[in-house]
Write a protein that binds this ligand. Structure first.
Ligand SMILES: [Zn+2]
Length: 279
C-alpha cells in the first residue's frame, strides 16, 4: 500500500509538472545563428543548441520525442544534416531536455555524454526517462571537443544532482565571446530543500550552483529554457537588425541574482516550516 501511495503521489506530481508546461514548449520557433558556429534549433521555449564544426555537429538537449521533428526541421533549414550529429549533451536529466536522447542516438549514432550524477537518471527506463546508454561520463570541469570547438561542463547541481551549465568561447568575426548555457537554478514545485532524505545536500548544492554561476564570465547569456534569457524578445531584436541582441552580461548577472534571492527565500520558508515543499 505504501508503495502504491508513493507511486500515485509520483504520478500526481509528474502530471502537475507536465500541466505547467507552457504552450511554447512544443511550438515551432525559427532556427537561427546566435553567434559564430553556435545556433538555436529548439522550440519556442525548450532550448536546443547546435554547434557546427568541420567534423560534425554537437547538440545540447533533445527536448521530448514529440519535439524531435521540429528540431530536425530546424537543423535542415540551417543547411546542416541531422545525420551529422556526433555528440549529444544535456542541460540536466529532466524529460523536457533529455527524453529524446535515446532516439537521437539511435538515429544518428551520436555519442551521449552526461554529468556523472545524472547518469543513473539518463539510463533509467522509468516512465518519462530516456533509458539511453551514456557513452561518456563527464565530471565537473570536463571538456567536450569536436572539430576545433570546445565546451566546458560545469556542475551546477540542486535542480538535478548532475545539472550542467555549459560554457564555450564562440569566435564571431573578429571577436571572441563567452557563451553560458545555464543548466537550471530553479526550485521546482514539490522540491524539498530542508530535510530532504533522498537528496540531503540539495540546499548546499544550490548554493554551490549560485557561486559557480556568479564566477563565470558571460557575454552571450543562454539557458535550458528560452524564458531564462528572454529568447523571444532577443530574437525580435536580432530580426530588427541588432547584431548584439544575445550579448547580455548585465541580464545574466541580474538573472542569477534574482534566482538566488528566490532560492534563499524558499529555503528560509522551508526551514521555518519543517516538512513543507516548494509550492
Ligand atoms: Zn528541469
Amino acid at each position: 500500500m505504501i508503495m502504491r501511495r508513493a507511486m500515485l503521489l509520483f504520478f500526481v506530481a509528474a502530471a502537475s509538472v507536465l500541466a505547467q508546461g507552457n504552450p511554447d514548449w512544443h511550438a515551432a520557433f525559427p532556427a537561427f545563428r546566435i553567434a559564430g558556429n553556435l545556433y538555436y534549433v529548439g522550440t519556442g521555449d525548450l532550448a536546443v543548441y547546435l554547434i557546427n564544426t568541420p567534423q560534425g555537429n554537437i547538440l545540447i538537449n533533445s527536448d521530448f520525442p514529440e519535439d524531435l521533428p521540429l528540431i530536425k526541421k530546424s537543423i535542415e533549414e540551417l543547411g546542416f544534416k541531422y545525420g551529422d550529429t556526433k555528440i549529444i549533451l544535456i542541460s540536466h536529466a529532466h524529460g523536457d531536455h533529455d527524453a529524446a536522447t535515446g532516439l537521437i542516438k539511435n538515429e544518428t549514432g551520436a555519442k551521449l555524454m552526461v554529468m556523472d550524477a545524472d547518469v543513473p537518471e539518463e539510463e533509467s527506463n522509468a516512465p518519462g526517462r530516456p533509458g539511453a546508454h551514456v557513452d561518456r561520463v563527464l565530471h565537473d570541469g570536463s571538456t567536450v571537443e569536436l572539430g576545433g570547438s570546445k565546451l566546458v561542463a560545469h556542475l551546477t547541481p540542486g535542480h538535478t544532482k548532475g545539472c550542467t551549465t555549459w560554457t564555450m568561447q564562440v569566435h564571431d568575426g573578429a571577436r571572441t565571446l563567452n557563451a553560458v548555457i545555464v543548466g537550471s537554478p530553479n526550485v521546482n514545485p514539490g522540491y524539498i530543500l530542508a530535510g530532504n532524505k533522498n537528496y540531503p545536500r540539495i540546499a548546499e548544492d544550490y548554493q554551490k550552483t549560485f557561486a559557480v554561476l556568479k564566477s563565470l564570465p558571460c557575454d552571450v547569456f543562454l539557458g535550458a529554457h528560452g524564458a531564462y534569457f528572454g529568447l523571444k524578445a532577443k530574437y525580435e531584436k536580432m530580426k530588427a537588425g541588432s547584431k548584439d541582441a544575445f550579448i547580455d552580461p548585465d541580464g545574466y548577472k541580474a538573472y542569477v541574482a534574482e534566482r538566488e534571492e528566490t532560492f534563499r527565500k524558499e529555503w528560509d520558508r522551508q526551514k521555518q516550516n519543517p516538512g513543507s515543499a516548494a509550492p
